[in-house]
Design a protein around this ligand. Sequence first.
Ligand SMILES: [Zn+2]
Length: 327
Amino acid sequence: MFIKPIVKPNILFQYEALLPRLRESYPNKPAILSDYKRILAGYYGEKSLQYYLSRSPSANYQKFHSIRLSINGNYFQMDFLLIAPEKIFILEVKNIAGTLKIQPSLQQVEWTNTQGITKILPDFVIQAESQKTQLNEWLNKHCPSNKPIETLVIIANQSCQLVIPKEEQGHPSLDSIIRSPYLPAKLDSLSKTNTNVKPHQNPKLQQQILTQDCPQTLNILKNYDLSDSDLISGFRCTCCSEGFFVRWNRKWKCYSCEVVKKTSEIVHPLLMDFRHLHGPLITNYQFRRFASVTSSSQAYKTLRSLNLPTIGTKKSTTYNLEMLAKL
Ligand SMILES: [Zn+2]
């Protein structure tokens, strides 16, 4: 049972609002695109575990996707947290293409990507064990439990080649690194679950995890030191994700894919982009700048038509986009 299901993280929507608006001339665009691709691959890797996690014995575990908790002011993030009748599992998912040379004695993983470029990554098992230490501390503070915690590193990319150098073979930490299809069998062997055991309920722990989970938020413009001049304003086309709309016969036409839309159809995606980049509050002035609209009365008419909650009056009226995000 997924208590917190696998959903696309907000940060990906932020990148997807940003990248099509970034000017081609912006020098850091390839680096931002590369960050986006890395986070997207991580999400796809986690999503690919859905199938294996819905199979016995973990079908009855309380499952949480992407949990971020804090202990003593420090945050720690777990890709999956599974609460089984006898144990708690932390899953650290790696969706990496290329070759991974696992070197636990050196506390490192040597990654050679598909272009042949080699990078040194921190040891995956140590990373998961650090989450375990922090989760133990968190449990002692918020919801003491005598269940042991197990950590597993899941290699989600099936075409990734794993290399274990001869001198590393037999290292105990290698037992914690598995490929996704082996996950159900591994959980079975670790949990020694009796199939007759009823789904384990621990409402207090479940509630504590959900209320204390604090997903990471990012001010993406500040993070990359971007200003309005780095971004293209206007109504972006979500059909082709490349073009922007121009006025055409009292409607709007994408100059790239030529799809035609009414104003009411292109306002919502624009405001969602604004929300992902600037936050949930928008003024008439901000709307005009972001949408490339010159008429204040036209902007007023458009924003009023959405019946959004407002703060302030006249020129200082601020519209709250949160409600729009739930539609
Ligand atoms: Zn288009």
